[in-house]
Write a protein that binds this ligand. Structure first.
Ligand SMILES: Nc1nc2c(ncn2[C@@H]2O[C@H](COP(=O)(O)OP(=O)(O)OP(=O)(O)O)[C@@H](O)[C@H]2O)c(=O)[nH]1
Ligand SMILES: [Mg+2]
Length: 417
């Protein structure tokens, strides 16, 4: 779908929630801009739930019709995910193209996906979104053509289309499995020399890639657009105590994240699950930063990562003046956090020290029995751990070390598997 430069109207319903319609529409407008659309205005209605047929009530729909004509608007974007029949009914009554929030996000992901894996994941999500909608579309046509009980031409076409989509879904899933296997071997290679891995996580546009660039001096795409990063990038970082870690930049979270994307991006989010610790980045210049944190927190919980050591980075301090009182209150209940501006390199030593501190909590004294053919591990312990005692015996080397427990576990795994 080419959405470039089209004038669009946003529609939303106000359910009087803490994440207000204003917040939600501001985000929807950002999404629309990211997709290359130009937002002409918004129409809202206070309702406890969407109208079952038209999303908005019929009075509001009547108001909309002349407005769309006057302003020559051909695309309307809905702030929620519509049911297939709502979408169809709205398109008919308003005579414009209706795009829901899910479709818009899928569209952005489709344009942004760079690697083969991300492209497959997005296509899968799009097909899963399309499948039930296709049924509706063709059921309607076949009824017009043949009536109940007859297999009209529409129905036959529907069967063909459905079969093709199903086939494509199976093919993509198979291909994703093989891509994933390849990624696992790359990761396994990485783990040959076990390094602690931290994942940068958080709401979209929080500044994860900016922080990644600061930490690794790499050039990861940074943009004031939503979902600038879709593919996980991993880079090495050297901490003040000379230990090396890996940092992975990941795809951002968003409220009302389409469930098709959650399942399709599962393997990308695996990077988060496999990480030893998390760096959770939060944009504290956002007026509802606590809700953003809560949303990301819920997604992290779904990914079963709540028990990982986590450093909370409160970012964009330079733009957060209006939020300072709220921020102060919020921080009274927080541990392991740092308030920074990722655009300002002066914060770099502070961040690196904090990561060091976070990982320092996890030190153990351990004894390793290392066979002579694994001198690589002996070397590694000499550089990455504090050696307390070392003994060269006939069959093995016995090392007593103070070592980071996460690294220690990885070494145990490498030695005794
Ligand atoms: N003022 C200010 N802007 C920042 C700061 N950190 C990042 N930004 C800006 O915020 C925008 C988003 O930054 P990114 O690093 O792309 O955010 P992200 O979390 O990687 O976003 P996604 O990849 O879309 O999930 C960019 O325009 C950055 O320049 C900061 O400390 N202060
Ligand atoms: Mg990014």
């Amino acid at each position: 779908m080419n959405l470039d430069n089209h004038k669009v109207l946003l529609l939303g319903i106000d359910k009087k929630e803490e994440w207000s319609l204003t917040d939600s529409l501001a985000e929807l407008a950002e999404l629309a801009k990211t997709a290359g659309l130009s937002v002409a205005g918004e129409v809202t209605q206070v309702r406890t739930a969407p109208h079952y047929k038209y999303y908005l009530g019929s009075g509001k729909i009547r108001e909309l019709q002349p407005l769309l004509k006057d302003q020559d608007i051909q695309i309307v974007i809905i702030d929620d995910e519509l049911t297939p029949s709502q979408q169809k009914a709205l398109e008919e009554i308003l005579a414009v193209k209706i795009i829901d929030r899910t479709q818009l996000i899928l569209d952005i992901f489709a344009v942004r996906a760079k690697t083969h894996e991300a492209q497959l994941q997005v296509e899968l999500a799009q097909l899963e979104y399309m499948f039930p909608r296709l049924t509706r579309m063709w059921t309607h046509l076949s009824k017009l053509g043949g009536g109940i009980g007859t297999r009209g031409p529409g129905e036959k076409q529907l069967e063909v289309d459905k079969r093709q989509i199903r086939k494509r879904i199976i093919l993509i899933k198979k291909e994703l499995k093989s891509v994933k296997k390849h990624r696992h071997t790359t990761r396994a290679k990485r783990q040959n020399i076990p390094l602690l891995t931290g994942a940068l996580v958080g709401y979209t546009n929080a500044g994860k890639s900016t922080l990644m660039n600061l930490l690794t001096k790499a050039s990861v795409l940074v943009e004031n657009k939503l979902f600038a990063t879709l593919d996980p990038t991993t880079r090495k970082v050297i901490l003040p105590d000379n230990s090396e870690i890996l940092i992975t930049d990941t795809v951002g979270f968003i409220k009302k994240l389409p469930h098709q994307l959650v399942t399709s991006f599962h393997s990308t989010l695996e990077e988060v699950q496999e990480a030893d610790f998390l760096i959770h980045v939060l944009d504290v210049s956002h007026p509802k930063f606590e809700i953003l944190l809560q949303t990301s927190g819920e997604l992290l919980q779904e990914l079963n990562t709540s028990d990982k050591p986590c450093l909370l980075i409160l970012n964009k301090l330079d733009q957060a003046q209006a939020n300072l009182p709220a921020l102060k209150l919020f921080l009274e209940h927080q541990q392991n956090y740092l308030v920074i501006s990722a655009l300002d390199p002066e914060y770099l030593p502070l961040i690196l020290n904090k990561i060091n501190q976070l990982l320092a909590h996890y030190y153990d004294v351990r004894t390793y029995h290392i066979p002579y053919q694994r001198m690589d591990i002996v070397d590694l312990l000499h550089t990455k751990a504090q050696v307390l005692h070392e003994e060269y015996q006939d069959q093995e080397i016995v090392l007593k070390v103070k070592v980071n427990s996460i690294l220690g576990d990885k070494l145990m795994g490498a030695l005794y598997k």
